[in-house]
Write a new protein. Sequence first.
Length: 416
Amino acid sequence: MANKKISPITRTFTFDGKRYYVRGNSESDCAVKKAMKLRDLEEGKVIISNKTTVNDWAKFCFETYKNNLEGRSRRDWWNRLEKNVLREIGTMQLKHVKPLHCQHVMNNLQGKSKSHINKIYQSMNFIFDKALGDDLILKNPVTRVEKPEGTVTTRRAITSSERTQILKLCKTHRANIWIKLMLYCGLRPYETSLIQGLDIKDINIAVKYDNFTDWLNEYINSDRYIDAPLSDLMLAFENEKDIESSKVIHTLHIRGTKTKNADRIVPIPEALYHELPNIGPFEYLCRDSNGKQLTEYTYNNLWDGFKLQLAKQMGGNIIKSKVVGINPIASDLTPYCFRHTYCTDLQSAGVPINVARELMGHSTIELTSRIYTHWSEVSFVAAANQISAFQKGATLGATLIHPKTPQNTPYGKKQA
């Protein structure tokens, strides 16, 4: 008589609010597998197999392959994936996910910005591409998925009238330093919350000026400037042009986290440097009303309060902390406009695009070129002057000799 086939037994249990299944040929077999599974869950282990869920694999991928991300960039990457992808297909096993399911994820993004859609697509493609590389799936289901077109939002520089009104309000508003860090140093809004006293330093740079124009610009902006006839200034230049001089540059270390290029050093303009408070090396430069480090929530509140006061200054009707009637502030004015303005100011000042890329902390020069292509009247006139000067055989630019070792001064803004 043939042996009777034993039917497998399925048992379930719940751990941390989630139901799990184990299968065995007997009750004792299921009990053993349940105990092993519980042990792995309690130890925080992710069991990687062809039955791994998208949730578990995404967590494993994130911890293994995205450990180079830090701070906000790390949180944003995971939050985008969790909110848009894992909520839809997270409980499915990797091997059961089809292009249809991934297309449904993308369809849910209809009406979102093109940039946001691209980030979701890249994140979803990333985890399935890694699964394919580890032989957990036979095909990447994201490969043939079509992305919604998405909306395109263009950031802009502030207008000259906006700049006048904003700087006027900055004189009395506690957002003064926060706004000027973005406008004068090109920080991203969240980067302002990371600046500490130890990030502000002076360095000595040795320069030798080989043309009168650059020497004159330096002389006018120096402490030794006095009004003098042009002939006397030209004589002074002739006496100094072959002499190497030392120039102190105030610098700011921006500990950006968006890309490796985001961590950068930029010069601090004199106009901003003299407004910086004296702080200790580990004190934060921008703080909330309670003296604590700014967060995304508190700097958004700071901006909302600034905009309200700006609207009032510009003649808006304010009732119960709201603008009633026509709002004199443009709807597309955001903190990011200050950073965009910094980039256009670099262009207007004649800063080469490769240098601007470093100061902006862009990952590629193409990102910088998108802003540099929006020429301003100032940059257009400057270009015309430079072309004319070149045709006349003029030479432009100071010769950089070498940077010296930073001064042995305490971190933070120097005491007066």
